[in-house]
Ligand binder design. Sequence first.
Ligand code: UDP
Length: 236
Amino acid sequence: MLKYKKVLLKLSGEFLAGKNKLGIDPNVISSICEDISFCLKSGAEIGIVVGGGNFWRGRDNKCSDKTKSDTAGMLATLMNSLIISDKLNSIGHICTIHSSIEIKNAISCYTHEKIIKILDKNKVIIFGCGLGIPFFSTDTAAAFRAVEINADILLKGTNVDGIYEFDPKKNLDNNRIYKKISLNDIISKNISVMDASAVALCRENNMSICVFNVGRSGSIYKILNGEDVGTYAFPD
Ligand code: UDP
């Protein structure tokens, strides 16, 4: 019996790139899809939101028009979504992509009614193109989709072991990792783990977040099974 059965998994583009930082590492795709597959076979229902930073991130690129730059970023999430859904299909799961930006003949458009039925039947679904609007990130999209599918928890897979007091990419000394932290504290202490809009949305909708190192194989199943992995961020 899983502790968390229906989850929203957020994967960053950077994670999919592996050591290269850009593009896609096929070994990372194989490994994460095997992890997801194991959870599905164990009875989980998984919605997936994928980032696009391994191809394009609106804020890092100097387009004169931010809306266009963000739209390029959203399309980047679709490339990752296609690769992951193809891998999951090849290992026996029916995984479809539902995009906030419609691409006729290639990718279905997101509607709430449709995805609830499909998730219930196929147990796995990928949400492409974030929220379909610029000036947002896929973290906020993940929070939205977690609430929309009524997930038991939002799983934010990162390259580090959880939420630290200070940004672990900048500060390695005297930096402690939280086992638990409230969503209020994340916002009030300005901890840079997710966009404030994503954390606030979870707080308003009573959605817990687990931030964990998705590169450690088997972590997702351990979390679903109620094991102590990463940082558990809870609404007050
Ligand atoms: N993006 C957007 N609206 C959304 C989601 C994403 O405009 O609802 C754009 C934004 O430019 C972002 C890019 O898509 O930088 C890729 O997403 P993100 O940076 O969240 O990817 P990650 O860092 O997780 O790989």
